[in-house]
Design a protein around this ligand. Sequence first.
Ligand code: PAF
Length: 300
Amino acid sequence: MRVAVVGSGAMGSLFGGLLAADGADVTLIDVREPHVDVLDREGVTIESPEGEVRTIPVAATTDPEEAGAVDLALVFVKAVHTREAVEDAAPILREATVVTLQNGLGNPEEIATVVDEGAVVAGVTAHGSTLLGPGRVRHAGRGPTTVGSYFSEDDGRAELVADRLTSAGVETDVSPEIEREIWEKVAVNVGINAATALARVENGRLDGTEPGRRLLEAAVEECVAVAAAEGHELRGPAHAREVARATATNRSSMRQDVEAGRPTEIERLNGEIVRRAERHGLEVPVNRTLADLVRLAETE
Ligand code: PAF
């Protein structure tokens, strides 16, 4: 199977490397030249959660067209870059199933502006990964991965994706309610990411302190109300608190972005909650404030 990973940072390199180790013909695509050079020359080096280190040969390029036509594409760019990255990769995606496991709302819709809706498989993953340096990632933690056909009844594509990922060691289920699963993950990110990025604290502080709990709960309650207005019933703050406890020592992805001076995913998370709330006539003052503060921090 020919696979392209569009956006081969920490998560893309991990998933691409695992698929290559399982026998797929993988090309990792990324804009960072030093990273791509090492990947193409030496392969991707993965440190497992148990501390084992292995290097897996892959092809890597900054030019999507070099990958040639693929059967499967995994989109792992930051959500702000989805449309542009998929547009650049369009020539190699004509026959591909295109999978997004990215954070936030709106990624499948962005991808479907470029490829057929039927080709889009969306999902969520609890695997964690950190980019250690060019060509090298740490597989920070394993967890469930769920995929599903986003726009239409599954024609077998989601099953196929789940089989390939599971065979590569990423245990994956298929859900008939993938949009709700994405909302559940969004609610967790809305509760944890902006607050940890702004206060520069580890995730656990949001469950372990009173102001942390207040912020997390208020942001998630607002998100639950917006999801309900769109027909999705979510589990609510208790679940986000559970995740904050389970990932207590993590630096959230948004905190890492803010600290590194990179653009964040705020527009796909709290920012998107604000936009959707407006459409439904709902007030979401906590998400509005968190989104504005992160936007401000991004301009530093
Ligand atoms: O974006 C993140 O950092 C993660 O999704 C999560 C679950 C908040 C853990 O850090």
